[in-house]
Design a protein around this ligand. Structure first.
Ligand SMILES: Cc1cc2nc3c(=O)[nH]c(=O)nc-3n(C[C@H](O)[C@H](O)[C@H](O)COP(=O)(O)O)c2cc1C
Length: 223
């Protein structure tokens, strides 16, 4: 099938994006309102940007009424009315249901931490708390917000953050900064209401060296 996005509804475009861009890592984003109330929400339109400066991005779409989601209202820069800070906590198997639960749209100022039973603990550098139960957390200062469709229902936004501190639980990393994927046990989002683990992995070199390999010999067997 071929698709012209202009002839699709936003809901249809969304289905194509979330079904084809898989698996997506999940950022569990903690923020504080300018009044100091904690907020927590998952975002799977999420990626690293680069290592110099160390930066990442996530994409909180506008609400159905065109307004900003609480996370965006809190994380946008101070000169736009936010706090300019957020923490990305890695979503892991042990807290999977609580991560999905944090997507519950609570009234502005009510904390999803309490609703889902995750524990806010002080971050090192920024004011929003990190999630105690997450083994890896990136404390960020907001570099900029790119608004693709301001005020329009489901309009897209990109929040780019500079990482100012990283926490990794000691048992999930070694002295060479290699992360133990089994200890991290991150999970990701697929299409619809499907998710995946990171337990099936395979290794190959980058570039021409990969071309010499038979995919069947390196990929895990299909169920
Ligand atoms: C796993 C998962 C991933 C999500 N990813 C996104 C996303 O990338 N962008 C988005 O706008 N909403 C996403 N959502 C929905 C938000 O989490 C939801 O709208 C939430 O209520 C926003 O909270 P807030 O208003 O406190 O910021 C996702 C939900 C789940 C469960």
């Amino acid at each position: 099938m071929e698709f012209d996005p202009e002839r699709l509804t936003p809901a249809e475009r969304y289905k194509l994006l979330i079904g084809c861009i898989v698996p997506r890592p999940i950022a569990v984003v903690s923020t504080l309102s300018p009044h100091g109330e904690a907020n927590l929400a998952p975002f799977s339109f999420f990626a690293g940007v680069g290592s110099d400066p160390m930066a990442l991005l996530f994409c909180p779409a506008n609400r159905a009424d065109g307004g900003e989601k609480d996370t965006l209202a809190n994380a946008k820069p101070a000169d736009e009315g936010g706090t300019g800070e957020f923490v990305v906590n890695v979503a892991t198997e042990a807290i999977a249901t609580r991560v999905a639960g944090a997507a519950e749209p609570l009234p502005y100022g009510r904390s999803e931490f309490e609703l889902v039973g995750l524990t806010p603990v002080p971050a090192r550098v920024v004011r929003p708390p990190r999630v105690l139960e997450s083994p890896a957390c990136f404390e960020c200062r907001t570099l900029r917000v790119v608004r693709l469709n301001p005020g329009v229902p489901t309009g897209g936004n990109v929040v780019v953050g500079r990482v100012v501190h990283v926490h990794v639980r000691d048992d999930a990393i070694n002295e060479r900064l290699h992360i133990d994927a089994d200890r991290l046990a991150a999970f990701g989002r697929m299409g619809g209401s499907w998710y995946c683990t990171t337990r099936e992995r395979f290794e190959m070199p980058m570039g021409a060296g990969a071309l010499a390999l038979d995919p069947a010999s390196i990929l895990p067997p299909r169920a």
